[in-house]
Structures are given as C-alpha cells and as structure tokens.
Design a protein around this ligand. Sequence first.
Ligand SMILES: *Cc1c(COP(=O)(O)O)cnc(C)c1O
Length: 409
Amino acid sequence: MLEKFDLEIYSLIEKELMRESETVNLIASENYVSKAVMEATGSILTNKYAEGYPSRRYYGGCEFIDRIESIAISRVKKIFNAEHANVQPHSGSQANMAVYLSCAKAGDTILGMDICAGGHLSHGTKVSFSGIIFNAVCYGVNPDTELIDYNEIEKIAQKYKPKIIICGASAYPRIIDFNRFAGIAKNVNAYLCSDMAHIAGLVAANLHPSPVPVSDFVTSTTHKTLRGPRGGFILCKERYARSVDKSIFPGIQGGPLMHIVAAKAVAFKEAETGDFRKYQTQIVKNARFFAEKLRELDYRLVTGGTDNHMLLVDLRNKKITGVECQNILEKVNIIVNKNSIPFDPSGATITSGLRIGTAAITTRGMKENEILKIIEFIDEALHYKDYPEKLENIRKGVKDFVMQFPIYT
Ligand SMILES: *Cc1c(COP(=O)(O)O)cnc(C)c1O
C-alpha cells in the first residue's frame, strides 16, 4: 500500500531497515522492539481519540480503548510495584514536564543533574522547558571519583531549598542511590522525582535498585532498556494520582496515542517474562565485559567501569575527540554517540567522550564473543582512521558480522 502510494517514504523506510540491519548499534538509548510491539504501534488504534482516562473520557466509542489503557496501567504498576501509573506521556520529557507542573509553579526552584555531568535536557537545562519555566539549579559529580557526590548535593539542596529534586541520568554508568536522594529531599522538604528512563529495564528485572518505594514520582521512557515503543510513563504515590493525571491531560497533552499505549501494554507483558530477565542480565554482563576489554586496550572509562547497560569512554589519551570517533566508527557501520565526559575540556559539539550501550546488541543476541569482535573492529578503525581503503575493508567485515544477527526474522 505504502509502496504504491508513496514510494519516496516507502523506500526511505526500507533503507533505514537496511541501515539498522547492517550496523552495530551501540547507542545506549536505543533498542529494537519485538514484532508484537511493532504490530501494536502500526495498528488501527491510531484512529481513535480518547481524551481523558478509562471510563472518564471526553469521546464516545472508548469501550475497547478503556480496556487497553487499563491493562497497560495494571501491568506497569505490577512490574514496578507502584501505587499509581499514567501511561499517556508521549515521551520521557513530557512525563517530566507533567510531574514538575503537578507540584511546582513557574519560577519555582528545581534541582537536577547537570547535563554536562550526565543529566538529561529535561532536568533543568537552559534551552529546555525545564530551564525556561523553572529556576533550575544543578549538581554534578565528584571531580576525583566522577561519581554522584551525595554530600555535595545535600549542601546544594540546603542552600537553594528546591521544590523538586530530580535524579536519574542519561550518561551515568553507575548505580544511583535513590534512598540517599530521598533522604536529601526529605531534609529540605522537596519532592523527589526519579527519572529511570535509561535503566527501566534493569529496574524491572531487579538488576538495579528501584526508585519506586522511596520517590514521590518516578518517570521513564518505554523505548530504552525497557524495549517498548517510543513513549513515556509516570509512576507515583496514590496521593499524587489526581494531580499527575490532570497535569498530563488536560495540562500538557490532548488525546493519548492509543496505538502507542497498546504497544506499551505489550512491552509490559514482555517485561514480565523470564526471557526478559535473562535479556536484562545479559545486557549488564555485556556492558561489564565491554568495559573490561576496553580497559585492557588502554581506554579510560569514566568512573573506571559500569554497573548498568552503558559505559562512557574518555578518549583523551587516544588523541581523538568524541565527534571524530563517532564519524570514523560510522564509516565502518558502528553507530555510537559522542558524549561529554565530566569536566569535559571540549564543548558539547566536539566532546572528549563516547557513550556506549549494550541494550540493542544484546537484543540481537550478541554476547561476550561478539563484543570481543566489536572491540577489535573499533580499535582497528581508530588505528586506520586515515586510511579510507582500510576503513572500507573493516566496514565490510562489520556488515558481514552483524548480518549474522538479524533484527527481525
Ligand atoms: C531519554 C531520557 C529522557 C526522555 O527522553 P525523550 O526523548 O523525551 O523520550 C528523560 N530522561 C532521561 C534521563 C533520559 O535519558
């Protein structure tokens, strides 16, 4: 159908499928959804308006929609042992926005992790709604250990008395002590919003401590380690249920994307299986192995290693910048992203680091042996970065290698 009507878009989708198939994806925030999740995202549910919540809608014809959303809600509550869930946020940023607006007003102070230290845009960056609407202050990491410095955060919190403290990160390879954050928030009478976007899959599989028991609000995406469709959700204590729901709709969103809500429900069902736990366990094993082997080749890792699904490589001793490295690796079909490292001497467009994640390659069935191979490719490509013919040979090798691990069979 699409091919007949719009060949231009059809062939670009086909090209993207080939690109995804032929490249090693080490982007820490990406993954491949199952065919079941994909089927729900491509379903007729995209036709339906359903402003409101199950059995409290502003549109007729919501009989089945209500059941779908209720199933998504009860599944995600069960996985994370949460009192209340909202599965309508279109993205992780929307989830954060809804939480902030549910408990703070424009101009109030919020405290989040500095984007340069691994935080997310929506945690108070100047260019984001979070830094535009609110008076955002931030915390970083300790310069010596590169770890979150809880004593320092306590001091900053005492000084600025934020209305909300946000924890969670986009580029932090270690366990986050949500308990400690909860203590700090309690001491300054702030709400705690824990953003588990990156690690939601690990939390679901009990491979990272859960923020849910100790946080007022937990926000997440569904499309990173959790391996669902692009989207977000919010978990909160029952006492905030009404204000969170009102904040999403009618506060910042109109109708929910019901095809995506259905796909979230499917992904949540997958997350309850034993296979999913095995998958998450392998993600973490793969990341640790990746870190260990890179270290053996004299790559310096921020914080020295990893506890989760990602690693941050400091490239400075390799005399190459993050952006150069990203570009060279892309030439050999290895997709990574440049990333600032803590106290990065280069700006955000250059950077001195590389962020590597194992969620996507683990979905493709890759384990320790394949990681050895990938590291060999990476090291070789960087070594021959000025030899286009060598790079082309490596690219062919990567392609042949990765095609043995089809995404969709
Ligand atoms: C990815 C991410 C988000 C939100 O992502 P969207 O692109 O808005 O879906 C929020 N918080 C953290 C920590 C993230 O890593």
